[in-house]
Design a protein around this ligand. Structure first.
Ligand code: SF4
Length: 440
């Protein structure tokens, strides 16, 4: 059997840029391993699993290089320029929810309470886009609370940002990809589609439309068309679900080899099917991630799920090639093995909030972990200019009272970034590298 583990240094994950978690609304760090086997798609699943079970213990781990991204010359220059008592000149990265509207009705949506309320009016959104460009924002992530590509002005927003050389990342349900094909293919650095299923039936239970008609094939078809003309990366995202996590009622497992798990109601038995489909339609990567509760703590899953996920991930990894990667969120492993989902922090300020922010129709928030939470609201872009919001007294007040050692016991993707910045501020900055990815 042709299985090769590639040494960590041979793996470049930087090209994948930031990959985002649709539920957590945050880029993940990934444990990453690369196993190549061209014959994998034709193999029997039990054969693949048996041969790969031992390889799981040899997993090559490498985290998405958020720390490395901080060493870029533009980022170091930015960090050196921050007045830590008052403010940075502007954020480098903005996560932007243009709308809270969504055309799906997912029972387990973590933003469920924020959906279908308001959106930033088109004229204001276009002005905001120009204000962000003028302020020096380097990257914008179009995301939700809501389906960002449903906003009527989204094509023009992408066009304006792209023309101004602002990097664009998009997390989407994929159903509007074809509508805005030209600008999205031309200007997006990455597009990540939240799918969570490998079949029409499962998709329609996890991500049902308001009409009841499954939109699985529409999303797949859109991704396939997009993959042919894209310049950036395309990802297929798969979050594991289990009965009872939120409103999800589960999917009974079918399949001879899975008979003993019939009592579980989950989507994890479709990981391999979905990964295979992702490769076939031209995705660059397939990501598997755990489920989070509304407070962003990873849900600890029952042990029985672990065995199925192990098997499915091992099979999926056999699909890897130089053009197709399988990515596992770091907390996936912890959530499947009963590890604590707490992440204590010792620092008392969040340095990265000087470099990033989240803009939504309901307000601007310190970070995506506090989307919609009034006490962490730093401004209101509907009534303020971008500059006035960023330099306003409310933002200063909220940032000053924010204390990660008390307020942020959940896993935060930028925990290491914060520790790194504090270390550099105390002991000196490293020599900068060339710029390569502004999704810090
Ligand atoms: S440390 Fe807290 S405030 Fe800072 S980015 Fe993480 S969750 Fe947000």
């Amino acid at each position: 059997m042709n299985i090769n583990l590639i040494k960590p240094k041979e793996i470049s994950i930087k090209n994948i840029e930031s990959v985002h978690d649709s539920i957590n609304h945050e880029p993940f760090d990934f444990n990453y391993s690369y196993i190549e086997n061209k014959d994998a798609v034709n193999k029997d699943s039990s054969e693949i699993f048996a041969e790969n079970r031992s390889l799981r213990s040899l997993r090559v781990s490498k985290t998405l290089d958020l720390r490395g991204k901080l060493e870029q010359k533009t980022v170091i220059k930015f960090l050196k320029s921050v007045d830590w008592e008052t403010s940075s000149k502007s954020p480098l990265v903005v996560e932007l929810d243009p709308t809270s509207m969504c055309n799906l009705a997912c029972p387990d949506c973590i933003s469920g309470s924020l959906l279908n309320k308001e959106e930033i009016p088109s004229e204001r959104l276009l002005n905001l886009t120009n204000e962000m460009i003028d302020a020096g924002v380097k990257a914008v992530i179009l995301i939700g609370g809501g389906e960002p590509m449903m906003h009527p002005a989204i094509g023009e927003v992408i066009n304006q940002l792209g023309k101004a050389d602002v990097r664009i990342g998009i997390t989407t349900n994929g159903l509007y990809l074809k509508k805005y094909l030209n600008v999205t293919a031309e200007y997006s650095s990455w597009v990540r589609v939240s799918m969570d299923a490998g079949t029409d039936a499962t998709f329609n239970r996890i991500r049902p439309s308001s009409t009841g008609k499954s939109l699985f094939n529409s999303a797949i078809n859109n991704m396939e068309v997009f993959a042919r003309s894209k310049r950036g990366k395309l990802g297929y995202s798969f979050m594991i679900f289990n009965e009872g996590d939120f409103g999800f009622k589960g999917i009974p497992i079918k399949g001879n080899s899975l008979d003993k798990f019939r009592h579980l109601k989950t989507n994890v038995n479709e990981i391999y099917t979905a990964a295979k489909l992702a490769r076939e339609i031209g995705c660059d990567y397939f990501e598997i991630k755990p489920m989070y509760d509304v407070n962003h703590f990873a849900i600890i899953q029952p042990k029985e799920l672990t065995q199925i996920v192990d098997e499915q991930v091992a099979m999926a990894k056999e699909l890897e090639s130089p053009n197709f990667k399988i990515l596992e969120a770091s907390k996936l492993w912890a959530s499947l093995h009963g590890e604590s989902n707490l992440e204590p922090k010792e620092y008392t300020r969040c340095a990265i909030t000087q470099a990033r922010t989240l803009i939504t129709p309901s307000g601007v928030y310190v970070c995506p972990y506090f989307r919609g939470q009034e006490q962490q609201k730093i401004g209101d872009i509907q009534n303020q200019s971008f500059s006035n919001m960023w330099h306003g007294s409310l933002r200063k007040e909220v940032i000053n009272q924010l204390n990660p050692s008390k307020d942020c016991s959940m896993h935060c993707i930028r925990h290491e970034s914060n520790e790194t910045i504090e270390r550099w501020l105390a002991g000196g900055f490293p020599l900068p590298t060339d710029d390569f990815d502004f999704f810090i």
